[in-house]
Design a protein around this ligand. Structure first.
Ligand code: AMP
Ligand code: MG
Length: 393
């Protein structure tokens, strides 16, 4: 019995352990990289009692409607507060400036009438802490602000910058060898004869894996048992992950899996009950993970999106589960009764449409698509049903 998609992801999840090779990269180059060490606060945040309004720092208990107080100083953002606050006085203060010790609230300009020397307050009682972002309210020194393994997004870079991180310790990028197989393939730069096709999967998947922070080397193999074994052996000895394209079905010239077997690779998944992508292979050859993608271009793309990404995330200590989103299907769909489908689809504002296809060799129909939709087997889906959608990126 073939594994279902969920079972395959579960098996892969328990088989692939995070790696622990790290490097330091400049803060400006760490977007989307996997953080290797927690980022911690180097001081309380905010570091001082920060005014959140332009107005007057006061002692809260002084304030009621019509009270007038003398202005004893001014503090701007970027200035040390200098003055000491005391009852019966106030200080003119700007957003972002430190509230002088002795004051415990800020009254915004709009709630006052003021001259150069004094302020009349136009509010009733105010609470202690009004318009003050208190020292340490967001984090204390030593608090973990970003956990190791997080995939760094722009807001994480802002947080790291706020605590003085200039070099970020991230997981090393994956060294990935992408091997295209097939005697029918010619390079994109060559003129194919009538019976030949261009290697379209190679550039497609090279860019896919590079966009997921892999250092990709590319190889091609002929449909020859010995050549396949030699190339795989060399690739596994020098890479963290080897991805093969084609040659994993039961055809006479499908040599990838026999070659891996002869290299004593252990398989984790061999065949999944999905369409497209049924022949998928995932295994280990010593410490190298091998992902065998079917050669048909839509299958290769779908399996790279579902399983390739999962493997890379697991190596970085992250969850393997693709991040599906709920969406509305805009037309009826007849499912495949035997296998769950992952069909390229278009998501527009109103919902999901699925273009017709001529099978998994038809890459052309993906041209207008934005991602994949999950079509459970057997369940008749009608327009208006909620489905699970996964964007291409
Ligand atoms: P295979 O999985 O090797 O049996 O290949 C299945 C189909 O995918 C065949 O029609 C191949 O010609 C095609 N195919 C395999 N590899 C590639 C590739 N790198 N680029 C484009 N098509 C491919
Ligand atoms: Mg082939």
């Amino acid at each position: 019995m073939l594994l279902t998609f969920d079972e395959a992801i579960e098996v892969i999840q328990s088989a692939i352990k995070p790696h622990n090779e790290t490097e330091i990269v400049p803060l400006s180059s760490c977007l989307r990289r996997a953080l290797a060490r927690d980022v911690v606060a180097d001081r309380p945040l905010p570091p001082f009692n920060r005014a959140t309004m332009d107005g007057f720092a006061v002692v809260a208990s002084d304030i009621s409607q019509g009270v007038t107080l003398p202005i004893i100083g001014t503090v701007s953002a970027g200035e040390a507060s200098g003055v000491s606050g005391r009852e019966g006085s106030c200080v003119s203060i700007a957003t972002g400036a430190p509230v002088p010790d002795g004051y415990d609230a800020v009254v915004k300009h709009e709630s006052t009438r003021f001259t150069e020397s004094e302020v009349e307050f136009l509010v009733n009682d105010i609470d202690v802490g009004t318009s003050i972002h208190s020292q340490g309210a967001d984090a204390q020194e030593g608090d973990v602000l970003i956990e190791a393994n997080t995939e760094l997004q722009p807001h994480h870079i802002g947080i790291a910058a706020a605590v003085g991180v200039t070099g970020v310790c991230v997981k090393k990028n994956t060294r990935l060898c992408l091997i295209s197989s097939g005697d029918e393939l010619v390079d994109v730069s060559e003129s194919p004869m009538n019976h030949q096709i261009r290697n379209s999967n190679g550039p497609m998947l090279q860019s896919f894996f590079e966009s997921h922070d892999c250092q990709v080397t590319t190889q091609t193999v002929r449909d020859d048992a010995l050549h396949t074994k030699e190339v795989l052996e060399q690739a596994c000895a020098t890479h963290d992950v080897v991805v093969t394209i084609g040659g994993i079905s039961a055809g006479k010239k499908d040599f990838i899996i026999p070659a891996l077997d002869s290299l004593s690779a252990t398989h984790i998944v061999q065949g999944v009950a999905i369409q497209p992508g049924k022949p998928l292979y995932v295994g280990h050859c010593n410490d190298t993970i091998v992902l065998g993608l079917p050669g048909n271009p839509v299958s290769a793309l779908v399996c790279a999106t579902l399983f390739g990404k999962a493997i890379l995330r697991l190596r970085n200590g992250q969850s393997a589960l693709p991040r599906f989103e709920e969406a509305e299907l805009l037309h009826d769909v007849t499912p495949n009764p035997n296998r769950e489908q992952f069909r390229p689809c278009c998501r527009k504002r109103r919902g999901i449409t699925i273009p017709a296809w001529q099978g998994s060799g038809d890459l052309i129909h993906t041209s207008t698509t934005t991602g994949l939709v999950r079509i459970p087997k057997q369940e008749e889906l009608i327009a208006g049903s909620t489905v699970l959608y996964l964007p291409w990126s």
